[in-house]
Design a protein around this ligand. Structure first.
Ligand code: HEC
Length: 299
């Protein structure tokens, strides 16, 4: 009797906390690409990148121009070819065999309490220095508080990516990681950060990027799980809508959240990752005119 009651409880709890039915969610293909040293300072410098007036004056998003050619950009940069109007080499140390882009199928859904993200991709083979021997894969997602971080509605994560970071063009030191200029935690001017790490014994990271990158403080991320099947990776995040910790944005209906994500493949670290352009999501809110917007549907 006791056993049966227990089993029923477990079954009930199981259904109440079940992950969404992903077969009901249309996947969205997002092409991640290898950015090399394409920092915010580089992409926002007109002599390097002729698009700056379009970004600043016309508020064009990176995705608007590059969603279709992100793979070509990555191919050029990863090989150390000269890019941009200034013919800059954005990868001074090309890694033999590293591919320039990574197509990812992304899905997201929400329920009464939580939002869920699912990412699926095929591991490209080889080509890295294995600078992070512990983690074959890291998947990191950042999002703002619904238009709270200047520029992130166009550039996603680029606001946090600077030329003075470690492994970038003018590193301040070998520890310096992402930051936001004009960050203000109380005013919501920060990027919430969630990370999955594949290494044995590694825990999900729930942090944020403000004046510096913090890898703890959040209370919203409840699960970050990953599985490799053959060469196929699936990583999922389960996050409370309310957040509630330090550096957590609450996710509510009516707002448009700016986000981007990155994958460190093949034990890589620092800049040697694949990144998405800036995307947006909102809860049950259709914005058909914006191509890089994802409507998250309730289950
Ligand atoms: C209005 C369209 C437009 C927008 C918006 C735009 N770009 Fe570009 N981008 C270009 C063009 C055109 C080039 C080719 C070089 C040039 O003209 O400077 C380019 C080149 C690049 C390159 C070098 C690769 C190459 O093939 O030359 C990178 C990296 C890049 N853009 C990243 C970005 C990022 C990141 C953003 C958002 C902050 C962005 N771009 C926004 C049009 C755009």
């Amino acid at each position: 009797m006791k056993k049966l009651a227990m089993a029923m409880l477990v079954a009930l709890a199981g259904s109440a906390w079940a992950a969404p039915d992903w077969s009901k969610v249309a996947p969205r293909k997002v092409t991640l690409f290898y950015p090399g040293q394409a920092s915010l300072e580089w992409v926002m410098n007109k002599p390097d990148h002729s698009a700056v007036p379009d970004i600043v004056d016309k508020k064009r998003s990176c995705a608007k121009c590059h969603e279709g050619d992100a793979n070509e950009i990555g191919d050029k940069i990863v090989k150390g070819m000269a890019v941009g109007s200034s013919k800059s080499v954005l990868e001074p140390t090309p890694l033999k065999g590293k591919v320039g882009s990574l197509p990812v199928m992304m899905q997201t859904a929400y329920d009464a309490d939580k939002i869920y993200f699912r990412f699926e991709w095929t591991s490209p083979q080889g080509g890295d220095t294995k600078a992070d021997p512990k983690n074959e894969v890291k998947l990191t997602m950042m999002f703002d508080g619904g238009g709270t971080v200047d520029g992130s509605n166009q550039n996603g994560c680029w606001a946090t990516c600077h030329q003075d970071l470690r492994s970038m063009k003018a590193p301040k030191d070998d520890k310096k990681t992402k930051y936001l200029k004009d960050a203000d935690l109380a005013a919501g001017k920060f990027m919430d950060l969630m990370q999955y790490r594949s290494g044995k014994g590694e825990k999900p990271v729930d942090g944020f990027v403000a004046t510096s990158r913090e890898m703890e403080g959040g209370k919203g991320l409840q699960k970050a799980e990953g599985k490799k099947d053959g060469n196929k990776w699936v990583v999922t995040f389960e996050r409370s809508l309310s957040g509630g910790g330090k550096g957590d944005h609450a996710i509510v209906a009516g707002k448009t959240y700016n986000f981007g994500f990155a994958i460190h493949e093949d034990y890589s670290n620092a800049r040697f990752h694949y990144v998405s352009l800036g995307y947006q999501f909102g809860l049950d809110k259709a914005v058909p005119e914006v191509k890089n917007y994802i409507n998250v549907v309730k289950q």
